[in-house]
Design a protein around this ligand. Structure first.
Ligand code: PRP
Ligand code: URA
Length: 213
């Protein structure tokens, strides 16, 4: 895959360790859910090194008063792409407990692999927040591209997209369609199969999170 200025692939050993367990078909639904949350917290920490809204406050230590930077907690909004993105929300909330949550419902048509939007509810004032769009899987990139289009139509200017596993096809598609969006992927897999599933991947993230198959 080409290098893109707006794409970061983490390849962090701790995250890779957790992803190895996540991929395993024997991993239970409970463990899968917990791992998705933990990986998301680690990804959020890394992704928000830059671009977070901060403000200055005065702090009185036992010795003197100093000016300190704090993160404006409600300046972040989390937007999961349903269903599987829901599994990542708590992982961001660990670091941003006051972040409001919007929901974008999309499913892939299993034949065309095109995303179909079925739900959208976003918090008031989202256009002024840093929006963390989350979905564990970035396959063809269709769902992420459409979700970003939707957020931009709502006036969002500052969007970061986090996916746990990405396929090169999907990462390139989103990076080229939205060069102004920072894309964070924990690990880049080999390719898509003929049904649009990521290889080696982890199967269907929504089914594994919610036990639907
Ligand atoms: C999965 C996944 C992404 C999408 C990725 O959702 O959670 O939203 O596929 O594929 P793409 O990059 O090719 O668009 P799915 O459509 O299976 O819906 P679900 O989360 O409800 O299971
Ligand atoms: N959605 C998933 O849940 N898994 C894939 O491999 C591709 C899309």
């Amino acid at each position: 895959m080409k290098n893109y200025d707006n794409v970061v692939i983490f390849n962090h050993p701790l995250i890779k360790h957790k992803i190895a367990i996540l991929r395993d078909e024997k991993t239970s639904m409970k463990e899968f859910r917990e791992l998705v949350e933990e990986i998301t917290t680690l990804m959020t920490y890394e992704s928000l090194k830059k671009g977070v809204y901060t403000t200055e406050i005065e702090v009185k230590t036992p010795l003197e008063t100093c000016t300190q930077q704090i993160v404006k907690d409600d300046s972040v909004a989390i937007v999961p792409i349903l269903r599987a993105g829901l599994g990542m929300v708590n992982g961001v909330h660990v670091l941003f407990p006051l972040a409001k949550v919007g929901h974008i419902g999309m499913y892939r048509n299993e034949e065309t692999l095109e995303p179909c939007e079925y739900y959208c509810k976003l918090p008031d004032g989202i256009e002024d927040k840093l929006v963390l769009l989350v979905d564990p899987m970035l396959a063809t990139g269709g769902s992420a591209c459409d979700a970003i289009d939707l957020l931009k139509k709502r006036g969002c200017k500052h969007i970061k997209f986090m996916a746990i596993i990405g396929a090169p096809e999907g990462v390139s598609k989103v990076a080229e369609a939205h060069p102004d969006v920072d894309i964070y992927v924990s690990t880049l897999d080999r390719c898509l199969n003929e049904n649009g599933y990521i290889l080696p991947g982890l199967g269907d993230a929504g089914d594994r999170l919610f036990g639907t198959k």
